[in-house]
Design a protein around this ligand. Structure first.
Ligand code: 5AD
Ligand code: SF4
Length: 437
């Protein structure tokens, strides 16, 4: 027997969808009358919302569980949620003591599972139910100026290195009306910017021919909403309608995260990416034709099985050709159960380290160049959080750069700023005026 928890703390790892899920789990527990604890150490219930995408993410969960033990030998009630729970729920429960294991498609049942665990024993739900969890979550009440909204989950692409199709399941789109309702609720709760989320967000469909661009155009009509973003997209789902929306929907921000993973056709094919280097570059040409100032972002994997020096050099040359505003790069990590885990040609760790360093040097160079080229631009900045200095506020430019300003303004304000100084990771701006709402 455990006493039913009165306070909780959510710790989310990994992607933005996990951040969204973590917020929704928090709202569920708040609706049950639990209070938010400031940190894990003082909480009665700790929800670890885990990520399974790479090895180190999984190891972190185990060390986090270990660290929750207190000096007096007690520990909080522990709920392991997210993709590690989905993929390794049984293994976790075998290796260490936890109270609840809940997968990403079952977390609407968290209150029941916590109640079960309080009666003693382990409560597990890693089902992928047919009914959607979304209909069972409480309404959104208080959010920051920039909010996430999941519109699509899961993946049918089966890139050979990736666990997502197994942990998040098949591609499922939420209904149009439910998304528009949630967007309105988010705006009523304080959001000025909404980022539509999906593992393949641009594969969103209502099953009746409407695509992500129709959703974006519907959100464009919400009066209090100033900015719309979406992530993550797959090159093969980049419909012309979505590209066109970048040309004429003013609220749609000029930013596109479009992972490519490698610049070499043999590697892309071994990854089952189902697009070529050239196809990707031509697609970016079309996007740039629609929105010339668009900032591009990507994901890269180095050291995929069999990747040669020459194949890696193709990735570097693709980066040179694109000129990314920012990007994420990862060392290949063999994930159990994925086809690539059984491929021959493992790359030695020192070679992977060296390639990652070269890749990151190229990406950092391009990010610094993109930021430097922004100096002199005038743009709107959505203020999201206080800075370290007195009177300082930090927000985002349309191109998703962090911008520091000293201003007599509030978080949630959209201010017009002259960008006056660039660092590698952020810019400084001078406020010209409060932007029109
Ligand atoms: N190893 C390394 N990186 C991976 N990613 C996905 N699976 C793996 C893996 N097994 C990266 C991809 C993806 C991002 C979310 O994580 O670049 O786009
Ligand atoms: Fe993973 Fe590929 Fe699906 Fe992205 S598109 S979630 S990398 S399988």
């Amino acid at each position: 027997m455990n006493a039913p928890p009165k306070t909780f703390h959510v710790k989310s790892f990994g992607c933005q969808m996990n951040v969204y899920d973590g917020e929704r789990m928090g709202e569920l527990m708040t609706a049950q009358g639990l209070a938010v604890a400031p940190d894990a150490a003082s909480a009665d219930l700790v929800i670890l919302n885990t990520c399974h995408i790479r090895e180190r993410a999984t190891e972190k969960v185990y060390s986090d569980i270990g660290r929750l033990r207190r000096d007096d030998g007690t520990r909080p009630m522990i709920a392991v949620a997210g993709c590690v729970a989905q993929a390794e729920g049984a293994e976790i429960a075998r290796r260490t003591k936890v109270d609840v294991v809940v997968g990403p498609q079952a977390y609407h049942r968290l209150p029941e599972l916590v109640a079960d665990a309080a009666r003693g024993g382990l409560a597990v739900d890693t089902d992928m139910p047919v009914e959607s969890k979304f209909g069972r979550l409480p309404a959104r009440r208080r959010v920051g100026p920039s909010a996430f909204l999941t519109v699509q989950e899961g993946c049918d692409k089966f890139c050979t290195y990736c666990v997502v199709p197994y942990t998040r399941g098949a591609e499922v789109s939420r209904p149009f009306a439910a998304i528009v309702d949630e967007a309105n609720a988010l705006v009523d709760a304080g959001a000025r910017e909404i980022t539509l989320l999906g593992q393949n967000v641009n594969a969103w469909t209502d099953g009746d021919g409407r695509g992500l661009h129709d959703l974006i155009r519907a959100l464009d009509r919400i009066a209090g909403l100033a900015r719309i973003r979406y992530t993550t997209s797959h090159p093969n789902d980049m419909a012309q309608g979505l590209i066109d929306a970048h040309a004429d929907v003013e609220k749609l921000m000029p930013f596109l995260h479009l992972p490519v993973q490698s610049g070499n056709d043999r590697v892309l094919s071994a990854m089952n990416r189902a697009h070529s280097r050239d196809g990707y570059l031509r697609l970016l040409d079309r996007v740039r034709a629609a929105r010339p100032d668009i900032a591009l972002s990507g994901d890269f994997i180095v050291g995929f099985p069999g990747e040669t020096d020459a194949e890696f050099a193709d990735t570097l040359s693709l980066i040179d050709a694109v000129g990314y505003a920012q990007a994420f790069s990862f060392k290949y990590s063999a994930r159990p159960g994925t086809p690539a885990a059984d491929m021959a040609g493992a790359i030695p760790a020192d070679v992977i380290d060296d390639r990652l360093q070269q890749l990151q040097a190229a990406l950092n160079r391009d990010q610094a160049a993109f930021n430097a080229a922004s100096v002199g631009r005038r743009c709107d900045v959505l203020l999201e959080r206080p800075g370290k200095r007195v009177g300082q506020l930090i927000g985002k430019s349309p191109w998703l750069q962090s911008v520091h300003v000293i201003a007599d303004a509030s978080i949630g304000d959209l201010v017009t700023v002259d960008l006056v100084h660039a660092g590698p990771n952020s810019l400084a701006g001078e406020v010209v005026a409060r932007a029109a709402a």
